[in-house]
Design a protein around this ligand. Sequence first.
Ligand SMILES: [Zn+2]
Length: 217
Amino acid sequence: MRVVLLGPPGAGKGTQAKRLTELYGVRHISTGDLFRSSVQQGTDLGRLAKTYMDRGELVPDEVTVRMLAEALRRAEGGGFILDGFPRTMAQAEALDRELVILDRPLQAALAFVIDDELAVKRIAGRRTCARCQHPYNVEPTRIAGVCDSCGGALLQRPDDAEETVRRRLEVYHHSTEPLLYFYAERGLLRPVDATGDEAEVTERAAAALRDLAPAAK
Ligand SMILES: [Zn+2]
């Protein structure tokens, strides 16, 4: 199974990536983890990426794609679920070229679909206990603003503030949404309704991927 995951912030893409990789026993490749492990292992590409990050600059697509290719070669023919990449047309095209070289083309682009307002509601409602780091949503704590398990104060990450979420959604619509057409033209696009709880969304995703691989468990 060789799949990329697409979807706006708030669609639960990271969570679904973890659930699906467990379900199918394939590798979960997220660019965040890729950067961290390449830098930690001190590979040539990791060192190169670090020079950009240390200067506070974005790692160029070419470097990211080469890191990805390295990870895919290490995965040796096994399947993968790619999460967080590609985010732009240039990245999608670079990934395509690299996978052709590896003779392992994508089989599907799974796109989680969620309405902007629901995405904003989901993310802007996130809180984290300042003391024990337990994650919450604003609705269900017993005492508003207080951690159920340790009594600590619940805080909102600056990234999750409504204004920031709306800006992230704009970037998604502008830079990443064109990929839906890119993959649709190649016959790879499989949309999945991302509303409802995590298990429901995983079920829909698995149904959309049914022809590619039977679930491991
Ligand atoms: Zn707590």
